[in-house]
Design a protein around this ligand. Structure first.
Ligand code: GLP
Length: 241
């Protein structure tokens, strides 16, 4: 693992976006793994700037998002499909048919997960995956558990995640109780991973990810076994290192 500590969220975003830009410039038809949450937003802003200034062309890129809430339509402003279009896709030139976000309203969620996993394989796997981290060490929606989930699957969200995500909804009762998410195995197959974290609330999770036992109780700890992980955080998130 490489750990970089930068002064603020904007600088972190620029650093992560530079990694994406480098990947796209080197391999224009690369496969990018994308994430939601507030932490990657400065990264997406910087990726948009690269496009607007003409430095990076995303027209041959394929994307796969990590996860989606069960039950929210694409039009719901808290669906991750909507989030990604609002924060990135509406402002760059990835063709809509090259954008993949799990469908949380599929009739058969198991089949949706299996198809998604197969689509990632068929695309040749993810070249560069961005991750945030939950306060409880979750990555995507892989919550603390007894085992690491191998593949894309349906999950029940923990009370802590529901509480953390309530800020985006009218009330905690409106937060979906389930999600569909890439598995830990799916994420670990990415060729390179960049994880971004900001704020003191992430300090314990960042510490446990880097120094803790590799344990599904802290899903991000599995990243210790990945050969190409860059963690970019601010001083507050790095305060327990
Ligand atoms: C959600 C997402 C995760 C994200 C986490 C942290 O639970 N499923 O992918 O890492 O939130 O979000 P934030 O960056 O807003 O703290």
């Amino acid at each position: 693992m490489v750990v970089k500590v930068y002064k603020d969220a904007e600088t972190i975003g620029k650093a992560a976006a530079a990694m994406f830009a480098a990947r796209v410039l080197e391999k224009p038809d690369c496969v990018l793994g994308l994430a939601t949450g507030s932490t990657p937003i400065p990264t997406y802003n910087a990726m948009i700037n690269y496009f607007k200034e003409g430095t990076v062309d995303y027209s041959k890129v394929t994307t796969f998002n990590l996860d989606e809430y069960v039950g929210l339509t694409h039009e719901h402003d808290q669906s991750y499909y909507y989030f990604m279009h609002d924060n990135l896709f509406n402002s760059i030139n990835v063709p809509e048919e090259s954008i993949h976000v799990l469908c949380g309203t599929a009739d058969d969620l198991e089949a949706e997960c299996a198809q998604y996993e197969a689509a990632i394989e068929a695309a040749g796997g993810v070249d560069l995956q961005i991750l945030g981290i939950g306060h409880n060490g979750h990555i995507a929606f892989n919550e603390p558990a007894d085992t690491f989930a191998a593949k894309t699957h349906v999950v029940s969200l923990t009370a802590r995640t529901i509480e953390a995500n309530t800020r985006f909804f009218a009330s905690s009762a409106d937060v979906p109780r389930q999600a569909v998410t890439m598995g830990i195995g799916t994420i670990m197959k990415s060729k390179a991973i960049v994880l971004v974290a900001t704020g003191a609330g992430k300090a314990q999770a960042v510490h446990d990810m880097i120094y803790g036992e590799i344990d599904p109780k802290c899903p991000a700890s599995i990243l210790q076994l990945h050969p190409n992980v860059t963690i970019i955080c601010d001083k507050d998130a790095a305060s327990m290192l």
